[in-house]
Design a protein. Sequence first.
Length: 130
Amino acid sequence: MSGNGGLRKPAGFDGEAGRIWDEFVPPLVESGLLAAGDRALVVSYCRAMAAALKAQEIVDGAKDLSYTTKMGVTREIPECATARAYLKLAKEIANVLGITPSMRLRLKLPPPPDKRDALDDILDEVDSSE
């Protein structure tokens, strides 16, 4: 549990939602923006984003974004509304968690730790000797 703020990825949480978790959660836990108590909301965020991306993929591949009903009414394909709804849900969850880019800018976070290693020191020595 160390290093992840107690925020563990749910067992079997894979696919697109799992990929979003893997990409999104570790840096936010490391910076102190997420903790174990946020797990349910984070899971919901990852699932909402995965659903939005799936619907958007269908929209992006659609030949037409609208169709005409038998009554002559033009409507957009359902995936457009689905993508919008899930993206709106993900944004609302992100706002609750305080993790939108604009909210992160307002926080006074300490700078990330210097992640230098031995190779960085060697390269610095080489650069200074030239």
